[in-house]
Design a binder for this molecule. Sequence first.
Ligand code: NAD
Length: 254
Amino acid sequence: MTGENAAVTRSAVVTGSTRGIGRAIAEALAAKGMNVCVNSSSERSLSVAQELAADLEQRFGVRAIAVAADVSQADQAKDLVQAALDEFGAVDVLVNNAGITRDGLAMRMSEEDFDQVIAVNLKGAFNCCKAVTRPMMKKRFGRMINMSSVVGIHGNAGQANYAASKAGIIGLTKALAKELASRGITVNAVAPGFIETDMTDALGEKQRAAIEERIGCGRLGAPEDIANVVAFLASEQASYVTGQVISVDGGLSL
Ligand code: NAD
C-alpha cells in the first residue's frame, strides 16, 4: 500500500482523447474521480473535446478542461501540460494516447509519411513526458502511460513507420522508467491488439474475419478493454509496476 492516499484528487492529461481509445481512457479516469484534461489535435476538433469535458464534469463530478494541441510540436505539448497545471495545480497522470497511421509498403513509403508517424506517435509522447517530468518530480509522484501496439513488438507488413514508432515507445518507456523510478514516477506502456475504433474501421470484412480467427478471445477489443488497464496503471495501487509493456490483445500474440 506504499503511497496510498485516498484523499488526494489526482489530475490527468490524456492526449488524443476526442474519440476511440483516448476517449474511453478519459472516461475511465474521470470515473475513478480524477480531473481530466481532454486534448484535441487542433482547434477544428476543440468543440468535441469541450463537449466531452463538460460531459465528464456532469457525469462524474470531477473538473475537466479541453485543450487543442498538436503533440508533435514541443511548444504545443508544453502548453497542453501547462494548461492542466494552471487549472488543476498538478498533472499526476499523463496518458500518451495520440497516434496516427500512414500505411504502405516500405519500398513505396514516402519520407513524409515516415516522418509524420514518428513525429506524432513517438516524438509526441517524448514531448509530453518531458513537459510533465519536472512537475511530477517536484511532487514525487507520477504515472506516465504510453500507448504502444502489438505491432511495435511483432512488426507488421505495411506499417514500417507505425511499427518503428510503437517499438520506439517501448524504448522510451523503459529509459524513462529507469530515470524516474527513484522519484515516485512510474512509466509503463500498453500494447493493444486490434481494438474497435476509427483506426480499425478501414478493415474489410475478409480482413476482419481473418483477424478474429487469430484472436484467442474471438473478438476485436473494445476501447474500454484498454482503458481499464490504463486506469489500473494510473492508480495508487500500481506504484510497484514500472518499465513494463502490458499487452491487451485478447490473446492475439500468444
Ligand atoms: P483514433 O484514430 O480513433 O484516435 C487517435 C486520436 O489521436 C484522435 O483523437 C486524434 O485526433 C488524435 N491525434 C492524432 N494526431 C494527433 C496530434 N498530433 N496531437 C494530438 N492528438 C492527435 O485511434 P485509436 O484506435 O483510438 O488509437 C489510440 C491509440 O492507440 C493510438 O496511439 C494507436 O496507435 C493505439 N493503438 C490502437 C489500436 C487499434 O486497434 N485501434 C491498436 C494498437 C494501438
